[in-house]
Write a protein that binds this ligand. Structure first.
Ligand SMILES: NC(=O)C1=CN([C@@H]2O[C@H](COP(=O)(O)OP(=O)(O)OC[C@H]3O[C@@H](n4cnc5c(N)ncnc54)[C@H](OP(=O)(O)O)[C@@H]3O)[C@@H](O)[C@H]2O)C=CC1
Ligand SMILES: Nc1nc(O)c(N)c(N[C@@H]2O[C@H](COP(=O)(O)O)[C@@H](O)[C@H]2O)n1
Length: 226
């Protein structure tokens, strides 16, 4: 299957949480890790998030460094990589920051269950891709994105989208920044939530690097294929 090289980047607390139990965004990374993330954004053809992250964090997903934006333009790319929201029911608010900041293509990946009035409203602002009946079929979406020229895809969560991709073997690398705070909370999201694997289904990743950064550490993992 021809699909983009896909990697997840996330930041978690030392106790393995990516936001609070109220799903409020937490600044886990420090300056250097945000710069590392910006550089990963800039080197990608597209950046993807789930609708849960849009509703919780309202991210813009733009490249923050002017130097990196200028480098992209010099190479003939848009300042901002393509931004993709995985949103089965087309719930993305029309007032989202993603529509207000940055340039370039925005893709909303929906399912056939999305109400047509919401799809029509979003069509004014974004390219709509339909894949799947109730939920977005991530394998079909990956194929379509590859056909559209997206060869390197950065995923910025959240917990449920990460599960959807990893459980379908669609992830090649994971970067995890581990920060120096404890968030706690049984219901607070972790890097990968969803249904979870049974013992005989666990996915393995190989540790490629570990680098002390800010007040924490950044790990890079690559998928071990069976
Ligand atoms: N620290 C960090 O690095 C980061 C933290 N976060 C945090 O994560 C939380 C958000 O995570 P979460 O609530 O899990 O939301 P996600 O961003 O993971 O979005 C999940 C939603 O995506 C949609 N979706 C559609 N198809 C699929 C599919 N096949 N598989 C999986 N999901 C699918 C579903 O909604 P629908 O059915 O409506 O389409 C689903 O509920 C927030 O608290 C945010 O702050 C987020 C990013 C990074
Ligand atoms: N890498 C990282 N470190 C943190 O501490 C974070 N809280 C996040 N969150 C992610 O960054 C997105 C914000 O993007 P914009 O600055 O709006 O472009 C947010 O939605 C999370 O995906 N990441």
């Amino acid at each position: 299957m021809q699909r983009p090289f896909t990697f997840i980047n996330c930041a978690m607390s030392l106790d393995g949480k990516i936001s609070t139990k109220q799903r409020h965004q937490v600044k886990i990374s420090g300056h250097d890790d945000f710069m590392r993330m910006d550089s990963l954004r800039s080197g990608s053809d597209a950046i993807m998030v789930g609708i849960g992250t849009v509703l919780a964090d309202d991210p813009s997903l733009t490249v923050k460094s002017k130097i990196l934006r200028d480098e992209r333009v010099e190479k003939g790319f848009e300042e901002t990589p393509v931004r993709i929201i995985v949103d089965s029911l087309a719930r993305t608010p029309l007032t989202s920051d993603i529509f207000k900041k940055g340039q370039g293509q925005i893709i909303i990946a929906t399912s056939r269950s999305a109400p047509s009035f919401r799809v029509q409203a979003l069509q004014e602002k974004a390219t709509i891709i339909t894949a799947g009946e109730k939920k977005v079929d991530l394998q079909k979406l990956a194929l379509k994105l590859h056909d559209m020229g997206i060869k390197r895809l950065m995923v910025e969560g959240g917990a449920t989208l990460n599960w959807g991709l990893i459980s379908k073997d669609l992830v090649d690398e994971i970067y995890t920044f581990i920060g120096n705070m404890v968030i706690g909370g049984t219901g607070a999201p972790t890097p990968v939530d969803g249904a979870g694997f049974n013992q005989d289904e666990l996915k393995s990743f190989r540790l490629e690097s570990a680098e002390i950064m800010d007040a924490g550490i950044v790990l890079r993992w690559s998928a071990e294929r069976k």
